[in-house]
Write a protein that binds this ligand. Structure first.
Ligand code: NCD
Length: 316
């Protein structure tokens, strides 16, 4: 996939983390950090006045949808918002995705889309001449979540190289981890420990891609094998909606849980705990008060700033 150079964001679709380089990540992160400072000083943004960002979300979403919506508005843009188009748009009447996207392109300066079909955002983006942003395509990728996760790590540790992380949960269907692992794979010296049930290991096509990268990957079998010196734990939900057998999902959904005792045994004082959310029991709520837990606060806030930065770079 063609890379985006740091000064080439204008009018580019954001479809995969593969498009980024350390330089283009830095461009987004610098912009997001500046926006945080400006927000703290009460600066109101008008850069995207007159622009319309359309949000088309074919799968349920709380954070990504509202994060993009608030990011667009905070930059001065307005939004056209569709949640559940499968029941509320002409999709119900049998309209094709190709027609829908071509129609919405007439109203919009940018379309942010989430869909249950892997690869569809990339395919549709070729049919229109405005940029599209992939807000999650099936079990494929979630590039803006990876951007906010990496921004969060960068702000906390001041670097994205020489990090040691634990990623746990659903590595097969979890699109956030596909993007995050590939993103961290672009930096030197990172090691990731992967903790997943056998059935939910990374898909072979992702494994193949990361074999070519700089990252060291090691599967561990159980919590006992978690090294104590991780910089971060990144936990994920088992993706119920991707299972055809509900019983199988029930068996796997609580395979690995962060509890206070696990954190005490295997954590350390400087680490952070992250999760893209929603969680459905894989992090004990007693962990929420721990200052190392970033998933309900810093991570979510950073998401909005990263999306403000991205919209500014793409549409500004
Ligand atoms: C994730 C997603 O939709 O992929 N959520 C999010 O965007 N923050 C993770 C998930 O649903 O488990």
């Amino acid at each position: 996939m063609q890379k985006i150079k740091k000064d080439q964001f204008s009018n580019r679709s954001i479809l995969s983390i593969d498009q980024f380089t350390p330089d283009s990540f830095n461009r987004v992160f610098n912009e997001a950090s500046a926006l945080i400072n400006e927000h703290e000083r009460g600066v109101i943004h008008h850069e995207l006045n007159g622009k319309i960002v359309t949000l088309l979300f074919y799968e349920p979403s709380s954070r990504t949808f509202s994060s993009f919506s608030s990011a667009a508005k905070r930059m001065g843009a307005q939004t056209v918002e569709y949640q559940n188009p499968t029941t509320t748009s002409s999709y119900v009447k049998g309209e094709t995705m190709e027609d829908t996207i071509r129609v919405f392109a007439n109203y919009s300066d940018c379309i942010v889309m989430r869909h249950f079909t892997t690869g569809i955002v990339k395919k549709l983006s070729r049919m229109i001449d405005i940029p599209m942003i992939n807000a999650g395509d099936g079990s494929g990728e979630h590039p803006t979540q990876a951007l906010l996760d990496m921004f969060t790590l960068h702000r906390r540790f001041g670097r994205l190289h020489n990090l040691k992380g634990l990623i746990a949960g659903d590595l097969l269907y979890g699109r956030t981890v596909h993007s995050l692992i590939k993103g961290l794979g672009k930096y030197q010296g990172n090691t990731l420990y992967l903790l997943a049930p056998e059935r939910l290991k990374l898909p072979p096509y992702v494994e193949k891609e990361i074999k070519k990268m700089k990252i060291k990957i090691e599967y561990i079998k159980d919590e006992k094998s978690i090294p104590k010196d991780c910089n971060f734990w990144y936990w994920t939900r088992v993706q119920k909606e991707r299972f055809s057998d509900p019983e199988e999902y029930e068996k796997l959904k609580k395979s690995f849980v962060i509890t206070p005792s696990l954190l005490k045994q295997k954590g350390n004082a400087n680490m952070v705990i992250m999760h893209p959310l929603p969680r459905i029991g894989e992090i004990d709520i007693k962990i929420d008060k721990d200052p190392r837990a970033l998933y309900l606060s810093t991570q979510v806030k950073n998401g909005m700033y990263v999306r403000m930065a991205l919209l500014k770079l793409v549409l500004g």
